[in-house]
Design a protein around this ligand. Structure first.
Ligand code: NAD
Ligand code: UDP
Ligand code: UDP
Length: 317
């Protein structure tokens, strides 16, 4: 049994990770400032004697005693990370410094939730880890993209300079239950809009592509990476290589729900990547990992979650 720190533990992915670690028999310390996370996501864990929650902003130092760190704290939806972009960069950069400082003092393993956004609007397709990316350093997405890139730099420098045992994964678009209904990301937006029979907002022409991974598959990848041999630092891509246009996703969601929603077209936000698909050769070879849950099945679980939530909130009948 280990005592494991999960930063961002009450967010979408963090809460699923807390569930999994507790199920595997560990103690979990969930640290979150509740910027985009919710107590509701971990409500079912509050009575668990192996679970502890601490309100804390990781841009400030944190002195605790743990055996492992998963660093997930950072808003992930463009709407939320662009709301206070300076805080977003601080969370990635100062948060990484503090968590790496903690890992260095305790001589423990630390995991970083990096992102496919380090590839920016990619000219190489699909994206292997060796691709260095095309990021606009002064655009509206830069607070997130460059913040995460700098966090990777810090992880590799703490590894080289101080011997910190690091594990870095680059996560591609992941979806599932417990995304915030106002999260602003495409899967939750489309499902909520379709359930309410409201207009489905397509940004641009909808011809841009994304590859969508179901949360359960991703968390399995996290666990395998964290448990991998010493020296396997990553970065390793984790994502589902199935690639869909945004229009295809909208149509699928409408069909599955039987919704009366219509498509409406809105301007494409600045620097919105045109295509994205992970090359997961490395994850397959090093971790024996690949996603098992394809889009339709994952959407079914996610639709059920939002249907239930919106009914309970009285938003739909
Ligand atoms: P999320 O917004 O649901 O979760 C982020 C959590 O971090 C929230 O609980 C939030 O309150 C917390 N947080 C934010 N700033 C903090 C701070 N300064 N101190 C403490 N807590 C803070 O997003 P998510 O989808 O669960 O993403 C989790 C991690 O995975 C993020 O680091 C994100 O960048 C990364 N990621 C996610 C995806 C995805 O598709 N879901 C893709 C790439 C990377
Ligand atoms: N830190 C922390 N918890 C710890 C140890 C360090 O939050 O248990 C923070 C502290 O704020 C420090 C940062 O991590 O500034 C980086 O630590 P490091 O040891 O690399 O640098 P230094 O202490 O020299 O600034
Ligand atoms: N998108 C959209 N309508 C929405 C939300 C998003 O068309 O209501 C598009 C967005 O422009 C992007 C893609 O869907 O091209 C994925 O957006 P998301 O915010 O989920 O994640 P990103 O991969 O851009 O960080």
């Amino acid at each position: 049994m280990k005592r494991i720190l999960v930063t961002g533990g009450s967010g979408f992915l963090g809460s699923h990770l807390c569930d999994r670690l507790l199920k595997d028999g560990h103690e979990v310390l969930c640290v979150d400032n509740f910027f985009t996370g919710r107590r509701d996501n971990v409500k079912h864990l509050l009575d668990n004697k192996n679970f502890e929650i601490l309100r804390h902003d990781i841009t400030f130092p944190l002195y605790v005693e743990v055996d492992e760190i998963y660093n997930l704290a950072c808003p992930a939806s463009p709407v939320h990370y662009q709301f206070d972009p300076v805080q977003t960069t601080k969370t990635s950069v100062m948060g990484a410094i503090n968590m790496l400082g903690l890992a260095k003092r305790l001589k423990i393993r630390i995991f970083q939730a990096s992102t496919s956004e380090v590839y920016g609007d990619p000219e190489v397709h699909p994206q292997p880890e060796s691709y260095r990316g095309a990021v606009n350093p002064i655009g509206i997405r830069a607070c997130y993209d460059e913040g995460k890139r700098c966090a990777e730099t810090l992880f590799f420098d703490y590894n080289r300079q101080h011997g910190v045992d690091i594990k870095v994964v680059r996560i591609f678009n992941t979806y599932g239950p417990r995304m915030h209904p106002n999260d602003g990301r495409v899967v939750s937006n489309f499902i909520v809009q379709a359930l309410k029979n409201e207009d489905i907002t397509i940004y641009g022409t909808g011809s841009q592509t994304r590859s969508f991974c179901y949360c359960e598959d991703l968390i399995e990848g996290f666990i395998r990476m964290m448990g991998s041999r010493k020296g396997l630092t990553g970065p390793i891509n984790l994502g589902n290589p199935g690639e869909f246009t945004i229009l295809q996703l909208a149509q699928k969601v409408i069909d599955m729900i039987g919704s009366r929603s219509r498509l409406v077209f809105r301007p494409l936000p600045q620097d919105d990547p045109m295509q994205r698909k992970p090359d997961i050769t490395l994850a397959k070879a090093e971790l024996g990992w690949e996603p098992k849950i394809q889009l339709e099945e994952g959407l079914k679980h996610t639709i059920n979650y939002f249907d239930d939530l919106l009914r309970r909130q009285g938003d739909i009948k």
